[in-house]
Design a protein around this ligand. Structure first.
Ligand code: NAP
Length: 308
């Protein structure tokens, strides 16, 4: 193994990756992190985080991620601010490319998270950034006194709708079923809010507007009836897709594209570990991702010890 071979290479920089980096760095493994262009992951798009233990008054998502990053760097994590473009886990040491730059690594921890899902209906892509958004905390500010729609029935939809009431004159949640899957507390907060209304059993079939969003074509899934609904903006909160595109032909993935792990954080390739939302469809919390990141670093450290 040459000097330029990393002991631990971490891909992704959300709570899982940064926690893995803190633990790997403190284990003297001098990790290299390829943090990705969406540095910090989904928490960078969040405002108040009220459920991360240790912050009784809550903390802003970007501040939490900035703190984790500083903590990882303090113990010697080196960070490359790009996306991984290709990997080869078929040969050892593993190969990881960032465009033309090739890195070799004895172990890899993947923590690339998941990204917001889109509806895939006409008008949506064309009007993205012109009234269509998947991030209320990023774009809500631009819709002062406007009427907005949020699609989805999970906690994210409730959270986005509640956040948007700070700016919008009215927020309509459009949901494809007749009940929300969101937690009771979030559901009640949304349903009790005077600015929030709900359209049940309805899907968005088309986003209308020439240069910016002016309305939606809706379909009632029970009656089949189609209507036009005037809004100034559409926010999507319909779940996420795991960021596994570059690993697809190298690692075992499940049907939804999440990396399959066993015995903690071990993937189908020995020496490659995965943690956080890229493996977890169930919990998807910052704290569970951080916990898995810790596990991945410990799993990698033990695995490296066994190889000597
Ligand atoms: P989610 O729970 O998977 O909810 C996605 C919602 O979008 C569902 O209601 C789903 O409808 C709907 N949906 C999916 N695809 C759709 C499509 N093509 N057209 C229309 N609707 C569609 O996702 P999430 O809300 O992002 O939450 C993910 C996880 O993070 C959850 O575990 C959640 O509890 C957690 N979370 C927690 C908080 C918090 O505690 N503050 C905040 C945000 C998220 P169906 O219900 O019909 O399937």
């Amino acid at each position: 193994m040459t000097d330029s071979c990393e002991k631990v290479l971490i891909v992704g920089s959300g709570p899982a990756g940064l926690t893995a980096a803190i633990y790997a760095a403190r284990a003297d493994l001098s990790p290299l992190m390829i943090e990705g262009m969406e540095r910090g992951g989904q928490l960078m798009l969040t405002t108040d985080v009220e459920n991360y233990p240790g912050f009784p008054d809550g903390i802003m998502g970007p501040e939490l991620m900035d703190n984790m990053r500083k903590q990882a760097e303090r113990f010697g994590t080196r960070i490359v601010s790009s996306d991984v473009t290709q990997v080869d886990f078929g040969a050892y040491p593993f190969k990881v490319w960032v465009n033309d730059d090739l890195y070799h690594a004895e172990s890899v921890i993947i923590s690339t998270g998941a990204s917001a899902r889109w509806l895939g209906v006409p008008g949506e892509e064309r009007l993205r950034g012109y009234g269509v958004s998947a991030c209320a905390t990023c774009d809500g500010f631009f819709f002062r006194d406007k009427e907005l729609a949020v699609v989805g029935g999970g906690d994210s939809a409730m959270e986005e709708a509640l956040f948007l009431t700070k700016f919008a004159s009215k927020v309509t949640i459009i949901h494809r079923r007749d009940e929300f899957r969101a937690s009771k507390i979030m559901t009640h907060r949304a349903l009790d809010h005077p600015k929030i209304e709900v359209i049940w059993d309805t899907t968005v079939e088309e986003v209308l507007g020439d240069k910016e969003v002016t309305g939606l074509r809706l379909k009632n899934v029970k009656t089949g009836e189609e209507t036009e609904f005037a809004v100034d903006g559409l926010f999507l909160a319909i779940g996420h897709t795991p960021n596994t595109r570059v690993f697809g032909d190298q690692l075992e993935l499940d049907d939804a594209g999440y990396i399959v792990v066993h015995d903690g954080t071990r993937t189908s390739v020995e020496g490659v570990f995965a943690a956080g939302d890229v493996v977890d469809q169930t919990y998807r919390q910052a704290i569970t991702a951080a916990g898995m990141g810790c596990q991945a670093a410990i799993d990698a450290e033990r695995w490296l010890d066994e190889q000597v």
